[in-house]
Design a protein around this ligand. Structure first.
Ligand code: SF4
Length: 150
């Protein structure tokens, strides 16, 4: 199984605040050549650092009130293309992100509250039939690894 993964989980400093979310299991997959990192917000040429963004009413807004929906969609399409070009059948995505989250994402109030929803990239991947996992729900073949790390 070949994976596309959120680049911040692979240790790349592409988060809005200039940080990363390194996940040892994801980093190992990349080192083994079994996973391709991608950051849709980076592919949209959004800067690092940048204001945090959340979805509200089907749009994506930055905390300073700008509607960045088109940028997010452009980046998500580029990241989807990368996944398809690399023949990825599954994805490991950063939870809760307005691009990468699925199941629960931040609710648009910038108050750390969650609501049901999915990130812009996660939606495009799901619509292509790509299996979705996160750093909090790793694929079964990596599940033992996560237990070992606890
Ligand atoms: Fe990580 Fe996704 Fe946000 Fe990029 S868009 S920093 S890959 S969560």
């Amino acid at each position: 199984m070949r994976y596309v993964v959120s680049a911040c989980l692979a240790g790349q400093a592409c988060r809005y605040d200039g940080g990363s979310n390194p996940c040892p299991a994801v980093i190992r997959l990349v080192e083994e050549g079994r996973a391709v990192p991608a950051c849709p917000e980076g592919l949209a040429a959004l800067p690092v650092p940048r204001p945090p963004c959340e979805q509200a009413g089907g749009r994506v807004f930055s905390r300073d009130g700008r509607d960045l929906s088109e940028d997010f969609l452009r980046g998500a399409r580029l990241a989807l293309r990368k996944a398809l070009e690399q023949n990825c059948a599954a994805a490991i995505l950063k939870s809760r992100s307005p691009s990468c989250g699925f199941g629960l994402i931040y609710d648009g109030t910038f108050s750390h509250r969650l609501c049901p929803g999915e990130g812009v990239w996660a939606r495009l991947l799901r619509e292509e039939g790509i299996e979705l996992y996160s750093e909090e729900s790793l694929p079964p073949e990596l599940g033992e690894e996560k237990k070992d790390q606890q």
